[in-house]
Write a protein that binds this ligand. Structure first.
Ligand code: 8YV
Length: 333
């Protein structure tokens, strides 16, 4: 039976997830992820009804210009700074993301980076693998900074920030946070977290985790001035977005011992990483994998597929995608 709707999938997803689309729509799935120009994205989207895209696919007015067929864009990821929501809404194109399913896994990973950077795990492993552990190690070699009992700072206290904060109790860490808006008291209590202004957060935090969404206003929210306010014994963790941190300023602070370490999963201009960061032993670097556990990535892909089907009018949520970002687009269709 020929299917009336066609969807484009911009990157390889789990085959079992794509199989859940196949009974309803024709699926055109790419076999590898690649950076596409706006013109290429425009062409890929020209004759399809919906698409599953990711962070590397910037979907804006130029990319959807003149497209009368496209009805839905499902983003695989909770952050959606790659989507121009206003342009999609005006065009009546539904946009969705994948919240909740990645919260716990991403929070786990923030802790992995914090612990690895504070205790110099990656650097020590590199040294060992290079065959340099030959005995005669000094008692004061490989000294890291403690995590337990220290004050944990969190900038951005959404779902993931709160999950990171809750884990702080296990490490006997007081938690302070700053957020665009203060959380209700009951939520603060559940997270054992105290609201402070940004300057206090920078000055009081023994370690600081960044979990805020990227926006023009958050560009370089952590730059040279902010780094200068932090403790030299602090570790900075960024699992949010590249661009929130001024990577050149961070590299200088790490190199000059003005900051003890950094755990970074995201970078300005990724996949390229500032060369100065790559040289530093006190930076733990990973390729944007905070949500990458098998269960979570599968759940993200499935939620994106469910959102897309619902947006195109199929399945149990037909017409009501579970994580719709722009309900106003429904009035413009
Ligand atoms: C990526 C993320 O989506 O959810 C987000 O906002 O940044 C990640 O989970 C994932 O790496 C796929 O690009």
């Amino acid at each position: 039976m020929s299917k009336s709707h066609i969807v484009w999938v911009s990157r390889p997803l789990f085959p079992e997830v794509l199989a859940t689309l196949a009974p309803y729509v024709e699926v055109r799935a790419e076999t590898r992820e690649t950076k596409r120009t706006p013109e290429q994205l425009h062409d890929k989207l020209a004759n399809v009804d919906g698409a599953i895209v990711g962070l590397g696919d910037r979907i804006d007015a130029q990319v959807i210009a003149g497209n009368r067929r496209l009805r839905a864009i499902a983003n695989v990821g909770v952050g959606y700074n790659n989507l121009d929501l206003d342009a999609l809404t005006v065009a009546g194109i539904l946009a969705t993301n994948t919240p909740d399913v990645l919260t716990q896994t991403t929070a786990d990973y923030a802790w992995a980076l914090l612990l690895a950077a504070a205790r110099r795990v990656s650097s020590a492993e590199r040294w060992l693998r290079a065959g340099r552990w030959r005995g005669g190690m000094r008692f004061d070699d490989w000294l890291g900074v403690d995590v337990h009992g220290k004050t944990l700072g969190i900038l951005g206290m959404g779902r993931i920030g709160q999950a990171i904060a809750r884990r702080g109790s296990g490490f006997d860490m007081p938690v302070i946070y700053h957020n665009r808006s203060r959380l209700p008291e009951a939520t603060e209590r559940a997270c054992h977290a105290e609201y402070v202004d940004k300057a206090q957060l920078l000055q009081r935090a023994d370690h600081l985790v960044l979990v805020l969404p990227y926006s023009a206003e958050n560009h370089h929210a952590i730059g040279a001035d902010e780094l200068a306010q932090m403790k030299p014994t602090a570790v900075l963790v960024n699992i949010a977005r590249g661009g929130i941190v001024d990577d050149a300023a961070l590299a200088a602070a790490l190199r000059e011992g003005r900051l003890a370490g950094a755990g970074l999963d995201v970078f300005e201009g990724e996949p390229s990483v500032h060369p100065a960061l790559r040289e530093l032993e006190n930076a733990v670097l990973s390729p944007h994998i905070a949500s990458a556990s098998a269960d979570t990535r599968r759940a993200m892909a499935q939620l994106a597929a469910d959102n897309l089907l619902a947006a195109l009018g199929y399945g149990p949520n037909a017409g009501h995608p579970p994580s719709l970002l722009n309900p106003h687009a429904l009035n413009r269709r």
